[in-house]
Design a binder for this molecule. Sequence first.
Ligand code: NAD
Length: 274
Amino acid sequence: MKIGIVGCAGRMGRMVVAEVLTTDGVELAGGTEAPGSDFIGQDVAALAGMGAGAEAVGIAPGIKIGGDAGALFQDSDVVIDFTVPAATAGHAGLAGGNGCALIVGTTGLEAEHMDALASAAEKAVVVQAANMSVGVNLLLGLTEQVAGALGDEYDIEIFEMHHRHKVDAPSGTALALGQAAAAGRGVDLNQVSKRGRDGNTGPRNPGDIGFAVLRGGDVAGDHTVIFAGDGERIELTHKAGNRSVFARGAVRAALWTAKQKPGLYSMRDVLGLG
Ligand code: NAD
């Protein structure tokens, strides 16, 4: 299986390059960066910290970062995308046009970007997940189950913390946990979501699902779903130790696409938790 990596110089892109280069049964087709990026022309493997070793064993002999996503989609069986929403929508068009599978880890996707993924999924296998780790996908199921079992007298609050460079908030994972909690309660998250509190907010509305966001340091991703009742509190927590857990999940999803029909899938489908 030939895997292309768009955004291969990014924090996640580099982790995915390293994961692809050390996974049996897959081959690095190439990597791209944003048009005009200074990274174009640099060695993909070296940037991922694998340079000399990778070349020495012949697994990535001098593949340079490119700027032509169209060519990469033609050369790849699967492309993995951890970039920015506008770029992801463009990549979805290329996936559909080439029948190339696409794994999307980019977060902050709006309706227009999701529409692009849905169109691509008519002709290609598309896996989209705000979090590619096994643990978080288990947490999604548990959150839905607990929210369904407990009534409105348990207030649901979702906490997340990420590194100082993260640009979207709340995290895509926090929002997915909110969706899971809302699904468990049989309500629409848009109607009950409470994002950020400041000043004289008044008392909490029953049924709200609240979000709290922290940013700092190099935190790879902490998420906690709190069910706060009178006299007791249930907390479900996941902490990612480092980003390799997401890269591993993305490559696992890429391998999974080989036997699937075109469609839009989630990581829960990949892991058989759907
Ligand atoms: P980053 O800014 O380090 O990397 C993004 C890269 O994409 C950059 O190198 C940028 O130049 C590149 N890029 C932008 N436009 C491009 C284009 N048109 N073509 C090719 N490359 C382009 O960010 P990051 O920390 O690697 O995170 C990337 C995304 O992945 C974010 O949305 C983040 O929230 C998400 N993320 C998801 C998971 C998950 O498990 N799903 C895990 C971690 C991060």
